[in-house]
Design a protein around this ligand. Structure first.
Ligand code: TXA
Ligand code: MG
Length: 320
């Protein structure tokens, strides 16, 4: 039985016993284990069916906890940490031996952040170790933003889903690495680039010199994917017409008029804000995916700020 509850003492007990707990964050739910325990961390990879080349994010309670797990922190990284932690920003920093190689998938850097979720922050403060936690979904599928999403994925395979309700941001953290003291963007996320660039100046993109067969961490082409085929389009109307013989679900930014019959529509934002759209984004995709449709038609969002991030996720979700 998988329990959904906000019992932090139970979460602590399970984690201290070397087992896994799903934890809420402001971005998406995470599948957490003691980051210092290779055995516990390997259980995360096994449950998610995640390949060992894909490293995890380590969650800490306070900036002071950095000393134990990383070294040679660039001044710019500290500035970013001070500006945005707790919050949806992950920093790639040179790891110490305290972090087992399995956490960083053999990389010299480890991904670190302080999540901005009261229950999880309290849990982290009560523990003597940080928590390694990727998103709490099977490899390649859609990230969970509600406890029920996690339960659907892992029912019976996990003792506890710590109930923090709906994730406020709804999109994963933004990942920043460093090339000397220059900031590099590894993954767009729910902290907007413009806010980061106010501190760092223009972000660079990572230099990727690995062969095609070895995907660079965090950059898998297909990811965040529903089981239902997903078509990403700039013109949902034409796409709906072309698929008129099929059972179609449409996802758009705001409410649309002239809806076709026999087509299901879901709108990401009533207030026409990208922030609201982001918070509904994965939940809406998961909901459409559960309706046994022939196809999901997603319309591109405005390609700015969080809209750009969601378009990135949709491109990966529709990739083959
Ligand atoms: O918001 C989030 O970041 C959520 C919550 C739970 O914190 N976590 C999350 O984890 O999205 P995950 O594992 O689904 O995505 C982490 C990404 C992966 O794509 C991984 O490849 C990348 O971070 N990553 C981790 N360590 C890295 C490293 N050393 N170098 C490059 N990429 C790294
Ligand atoms: Mg993930």
């Amino acid at each position: 039985m998988t329990q959904i509850s906000s019992n932090n003492a139970l979460a602590k007990q399970i984690l201290e016993a070397g087992d896994l707990v799903a934890i809420p964050t402001e971005t998406v739910y995470g599948l957490a284990a003691n980051a210092f325990s290779e055995t516990a961390v390997k259980m995360i990879f096994a449950l998610k069916k995640r390949p060992l080349f894909n490293p995890l994010i380590v969650h800490i309670a306070a900036v002071a906890d950095l000393n134990k797990i990383v070294r040679n922190v660039p001044p710019l990284a500290l500035e970013l940490a001070k500006a945005f932690w707790p919050g949806p920003l992950t920093l790639l920093l040179e790891k110490t031996d305290a972090i087992p190689d399995v956490v960083s998938a053999g990389n010299k850097t480890v991904a670190v952040r302080i999540p901005n979720q009261p229950l999880t922050l309290e849990l982290l403060k009560s523990l003597a170790f940080p928590l390694a936690a990727p998103s709490a979904n099977p490899f390649m599928s859609i990230s969970p933003t509600k406890p029920e999403h996690v339960k659907n994925y892992f029912d019976g395979q996990l003792k506890l889903i710590l109930d923090g309700g709906i994730c406020e941001n709804g999109i994963e953290s933004t990942i920043i690495g460093f090339d000397k003291n220059q900031a590099v963007l590894y993954r767009e996320g729910s902290l907007e680039i413009s806010a980061i660039e106010k501190i760092t100046g223009k972000l660079l993109l990572p230099k990727i010199n690995v062969p095609e067969s070895v995907p660079a961490p965090g950059m898998l082409k297909r990811h965040y994917a529903p089981k239902t085929p997903l078509i990403l389009t700039a013109n949902y109307k034409t796409t709906v017409m072309k698929n008129s013989q099929k059972r179609v679900g449409v996802m758009t930014f705001t409410e649309v008029e002239n809806q076709s019959e026999n087509t299901i529509y879901r709108f990401l934002s009533k207030n026409e804000t990208l922030k609201e759209a982001a918070s509904n984004f994965y939940a809406t995709l998961i909901e459409l995916d559960q309706l046994n449709l022939d196809v999901i038609v997603a319309n591109y969002l405005p390609n700015v700020g969080l809209g750009k991030t969601m378009n990135d996720r949709l491109e990966r979700a529709s990739a083959h």
